[in-house]
Design a protein. Structure first.
Lengths: 285, 291
């Protein structure tokens, strides 16, 4: 990504200055998170009393799930719900957008241009504006507090973006492979599933990775749809810590740590993918 | 012709999802804005009453609008500045740039809810910031940050800037990657210093990226809900109220669904305008033409 190696930067002084500035910002970015981790290992009183100090000892009581349950913050349930919603949303999203993208890119679809323009326009729709009708839709179906109430909208909201990315990728997919498959007798559907997709797993997984973050962290719709405690996803569940008259800092810190660890692990594994996807998705060179 | 119909079925699932959960709700939102509805009874047609009330008699609407625009602009400027500086520094390729890029992009992936809950503690009366001021003997600067109407919105903006500087950075880095090295080579041969290179070559060539990131950032700032809701819920006394939180409260706190839909409509209209800019900027027009 960077094209200049360190010997290209003026004097060693400038080099050191740059690194110094960057390090300062690293501290600014990481310290809050570091403080969070540290605080989670202190009993509540110590968190407030000795706010900057390292924990005196690894106080693990904050991580006691039973304590969470007593506060009616059932982290394990929230985690489960988030996982279910994310898994199904991404699955549906993949199926729907791969089909559509392939159709637009390689097949004789009626009115291709209209679809692309439509998807582009839909990408910009603020889904907040759709909150009420969608809420009402699921209320009438008695599907409030049901994960399907999140899975279907999440899929729909991410389809335009996913289709646009995938169709761009499929357009560059070599036609020879497709023709060869067709000549060998594959139907269009078979060609897609047995030839194109196995080769395109990289692009498809990229789409999933990109959309996972948005789905996992989504808050507004989850807040609106999931009222019952047993149905809440992680972001909504965490709100249980807000608005309490007497806030227990210790357990809250621990809960936040537990909540962001999956994201951090995900980031550690997929950060390159994420970075590439974000820039490619928006900058059409 | 038959082949065309069969091929179009590939798009059917996508079409169903989009019509059902995006297009139809937009129409419903628009329709609902002309009615009064409390969630249980029937819809009561009241024409432009909601619009009239919101534009002429709702002072909180204009406050929320002002805050929303302010938030979007301030966070865009802040995030972009930081992102650009970071991108320039990282693009220089000093040792360890990969580590820096990794760290700076990390907050972007985290949940706004989790970050906001953390920052509530940082901003608390006995939280990190005030304690830091104490240690530096600057107690006079003590504030109840999120509870002070003068500073609350700025504090909220700060959290967003903290979180999303890295996002802008990645965009700029990608744009910089697209710049042909040849340009730098010839510039260097002509004796250009690094600073000169940055200002005379890199920045102008990033013009397109600038426009794209500004558009994206403004629209995202405009519809922000999570950060504001978790940090302050629009308080204190509506000081940090934004359009999204207003809409949520009108709909789900007081159950004026028709009234809330007006805000929904406004947001969709504004987004549409931005979308048009965006399509022109990213060159999708060319892509459409290619089809």
């Amino acid at each position: 990504m960077a094209r200049f190696k360190s010997n290209d930067i003026g004097t060693p002084f400038v080099n050191a200055l740059i690194i110094f500035v960057l390090c300062i910002w690293v501290i600014m970015q990481l310290y809050p998170v570091f403080w969070l981790f540290m605080s989670s290992f202190k009993p509540s009183l110590e968190v407030r009393a000795k706010i900057f100090a390292l924990p005196r000892s690894l106080y693990l009581e904050n991580y006691n799930f039973a304590a969470f349950n007593k506060m009616n913050i059932t982290l394990h349930i929230y985690l489960k719900n988030s996982i279910v919603v994310a898994a199904f949303s991404l699955t549906f999203l993949t199926i729907v957008s791969v089909l559509a993208a392939y159709g637009i890119a390689k097949l004789k679809v009626i009115g291709k241009n209209i679809f692309i323009v439509a998807f582009l326009g839909l990408m910009g729709v603020p889904v907040h504006g759709l909150m009420i009708p969608i809420f009402y839709f699921f209320v009438r179906l008695h599907l409030l507090d049901n994960v399907i109430g999140l899975i279907l909208p999440y899929t729909a909201f991410n389809v335009p973006f996913a289709v646009l990315i995938l169709q761009s990728y499929f357009r560059q997919f070599p036609d020879d492979l497709i023709d060869a498959a067709r000549i060998d007798g594959c139907s269009k559907r078979m060609t897609l599933f047995q030839v194109v997709i196995p080769i395109s797993l990289g692009a498809i997984s990229s789409v999933c990775i990109l959309n996972f973050i948005g789905i996992w962290n989504e808050f507004l719709f989850a807040l609106v749809m999931m009222r019952d405690n047993a149905a809440k996803t992680l972001p909504v569940g965490l709100m249980g810590f807000k608005g309490r008259y007497v806030v227990q800092w210790g357990p809250m810190m621990a809960a936040l740590v537990i909540a962001i660890i999956p994201t951090i692990i995900f980031y550690f594994i997929f950060h390159r993918n994420l970075m590439k996807g974000i820039s490619v998705g928006a900058i059409k060179g | 012709m038959r082949e065309q119909l069969a091929d179009t079925t590939f798009l059917l699932p996508a079409i169903i999802f989009i019509v059902l959960f995006i297009i139809w709700p937009i129409i419903q939102s628009l329709a609902l804005s002309f009615f009064r509805w409390d969630g249980v009874g029937p819809w009561k047609f009241i024409g432009l009453y909601n619009y009239e009330k919101m534009f002429t008699r709702d002072k909180y609407f204009y406050l929320a609008l002002k805050n929303t625009v302010l938030f979007a602009v301030v966070t865009t400027i802040g995030e972009m500045s930081i992102g650009l500086v970071l991108a320039i520094l990282i693009d220089l390729g000093i040792r360890g740039w990969k580590f820096f890029r990794f760290v700076f992009f990390l907050p972007v992936a985290l949940s706004q809810v989790a970050i906001s809950l953390l920052w509530v503690r940082i901003y608390a009366r006995n939280g990190l910031i005030n304690r830091l001021l104490e240690i530096l003997h600057l107690e006079s600067l003590h504030h109840v940050w999120l509870g002070d109407a003068r500073y609350a919105l700025w504090c909220v903006c700060l959290v967003s800037i903290w979180q999303y500087g890295g996002w802008h950075m990645i965009f700029f880095l990608a744009g910089m990657q697209n710049i042909d090295s040849q340009i730098y080579e010839s510039a260097k041969m002509d004796g250009a210093t690094t600073m000169r290179r940055i200002f005379s070559f890199t920045l102008p060539l990033l013009k397109n990226v600038f426009f794209i990131i500004i558009t994206l950032s403004l629209i995202l700032g405009f519809k922000n809900f999570d950060l504001v809701y978790v940090l302050t819920t629009g308080g204190p006394a509506h000081a940090t109220e934004v359009l999204a939180t207003q809409m949520y409260q009108h709909a789900f706190d007081v159950h004026h669904y028709g009234y809330a839909s007006v805000i929904g409509v406004i947001m969709v209209v504004v987004a549409l305008i931005f979308s048009i800019f965006y399509i022109r900027l990213t060159g999708y027009r060319k892509e459409i033409a290619e089809l």
